[in-house]
Design a protein around this ligand. Structure first.
Ligand code: NAD
Ligand code: UDX
Length: 460
């Protein structure tokens, strides 16, 4: 087994940053350098003021404070970090393709290929290359081909080590993972990586597989998790018509140990950078092998999720006497889940877009998301001009301003603080009848109705 003294991680994002910070914390004898082409992001990681780190995750700033400048470094000098490291993690983004073959479905692997080529160009000594990004099954083959055709006689071992952290709990998930998955062909390379994890993860949780099982397990895990949410959301619609209560149904089925209680929260729809992208990718791969029944089966998870987001805004419009034109709707939350500043694929974006198409005025309050981010997210959809988005969607710096004179409140993210607001005060300052559409089922229906609200939740 080769002892690793220097690690390079390409990609200083939501995965690269926290993952490497935790590796550095638990391996003080290893120098970890995280590199990125985005100079602003690297500057933010290096900012003296830890509140300016580019990613908000509970507990992350403390670990960065402890390790940064000692054995954790952030840099834009990619070539030097590759050159001086024995192990290189690739942790760059793999978004859904927006052009050409596979547009809207396949993973765009151009950033992965650029990394492989960069490594091939720079490496003068043997390297272990670790796929940390989520990749289609058999991507390692392409990486291998690029690396092995450099002709510079360097030996490359390729490992797949997908990341299972969830945002908002990234540090906790990394410190005590359910499992660490390592796929590869070289037993020696696998051991070198396993040895790094053994610094804090018990050996029985380190699972070793072949490359392809590892790559496919990541897509499959996300597909199964998302499928649970679409399943409970599908039942939530039935609940709304039958006086069954989705929270009660979820509790009743979750107590069956074969089903389990986690990931059964009905919501306005799942968001985040992973679920939709990874399922679309799985569907694309299945179709490319002519497995149409398999592809259709998984695609239904996305179709159900889109339906749930649309259903939420349709219900809001219908309840507000079939028109939201000129009405103020206060949004609590914009992030795709609590405890993160990430808004990628957040249900809030799609619900807002639909309501603005109906000429609503939206005031957003999110404890961690900036006004600029809200506008960027809306503009990205290209539904109307930037000026029109600015005219229809404003961002407030406190929740009471966002909800003042509003016709309705839409709860889009389950931030804990929303439960503790002075709902009597909010009620007093809203237009009457005052409606709440709780897209996360975080408030108590009875309490809200006692205050005077007309309260609508998911599946109740
Ligand atoms: P991200 O967009 O936050 O970060 C990726 C970073 O890579 C960016 O800062 C970008 O500038 C950088 N980059 C791109 N190409 C580069 C290049 N050629 N050289 C140097 N830097 C480059 O993405 P993320 O959320 O960290 O996700 C990374 C991967 O991990 C994806 O494949 C994703 O599916 C997977 N993943 C994400 C999560 C999550 O919760 N976000 C969880 C598990 C797995
Ligand atoms: C997910 C996977 O959980 C993680 O293992 C993988 O590495 C990356 O993708 P993430 O997207 O960060 O993590 O968050 P997650 O907690 O899975 O939530 C995803 C979305 O589903 C959020 O919008 C969340 O609000 C929603 N959700 C989650 C529900 O609507 N109901 C639930 O019961 C759980």
């Amino acid at each position: 087994m080769k002892l690793i003294k220097n690690i390079c991680c390409i990609g200083a994002g939501y995965v690269g940053g926290p993952t490497m910070a935790v590796i550095a914390k638990n391996n003080p004898h290893i120098n970890v350098t995280i590199v990125d082409i985005n100079a602003d992001r690297i500057a933010a990681w290096n900012d003296e003021d830890l509140s300016k780190l580019p990613i908000y995750e509970p507990g992350l700033a403390d670990i960065v404070k402890e390790t940064r400048g000692k054995n954790l470094f952030f840099s834009t000098d990619i070539d030097t970090a590759i050159d001086t490291s024995e192990m290189i993690f690739i942790s760059v983004n793999t978004p859904t393709k927006t052009y050409g073959k596979g547009k809207g479905m396949a993973a765009d692997l151009k950033y992965i290929e650029l990394c492989a080529r960069n490594i091939a160009d720079v490496a003068k000594t043997d390297k272990i290359v670790v796929e940390k990004s989520t990749l289609p099954v058999r991507t390692a083959e392409a990486i291998k081909s690029i690396l092995h055709n450099t002709g510079n006689h360097v030996k490359f071992d390729i490992l797949s080590n997908p990341e299972f952290l969830a945002e908002g709990t990234a540090v906790e998930d990394l410190l005590s993972p359910d499992r660490v998955l390592i796929g590869g062909e070289s037993e020696e390379a696998i051991e070198s990586l396993a040895n790094i994890y053994r610094s804090w993860v018990s050996p029985e949780k380190i699972l070793k597989t072949n490359l392809w099982s590892s790559e496919l397990s990541k897509l499959t895990a996300n597909a199964f998790l998302a499928q649970r949410i679409s399943s409970i959301n599908a039942i939530s619609e039935l609940c709304e018509l039958t006086e069954a209560n989705i929270n009660e149904v979820a509790k009743a089925i979750g107590m069956d140990s074969r089903i389990g209680s986690k990931f059964l929260k009905a919501s306005v729809g799942f968001g985040g950078s992973c679920f939709q992208k990874d399922i679309l990718n799985l569907v694309y791969i299945a179709r490319s092998y002519n497995l149409h029944a398999v592809a259709d089966y998984w695609e239904q998870v996305i179709i159900m999720n889109d339906h749930q987001k649309r259903r939420f805004s349709d219900r809001l419009i219908k309840t507000l006497y079939n028109t939201v034109s000129g009405k103020k709707i206060g949004f609590l939350g914009w992030a795709f889940k609590k405890d993160t500043n990430d808004t990628r694929e957040s249900a809030a974006i799609y619900v807002a877009d639909h309501l603005v198409s109906e000429q609503a005025h939206i005031a957003v309050y999110d404890p961690k998301v900036s006004a600029v981010k809200v506008q960027t997210d809306l503009n990205y959809l290209n539904s109307r001009s930037e000026e029109d988005n600015l005219k229809h969607v404003v961002t407030a710096t406190n929740p009471y301003d966002a909800l003042k004179d509003a016709h309705a409140v839409a709860i889009m993210t389950e931030w804990d603080e929303f439960k503790t607001y002075d709902w009597h005060k909010i009620y007093t300052h809203m237009k009457k009848p005052a409606f709440i559409f709780d897209g996360r089922n975080i408030l108590d229906k009875h309490t809200m109705e006692t205050i005077g609200f007309e309260y609508y939740a998911i599946g109740q």
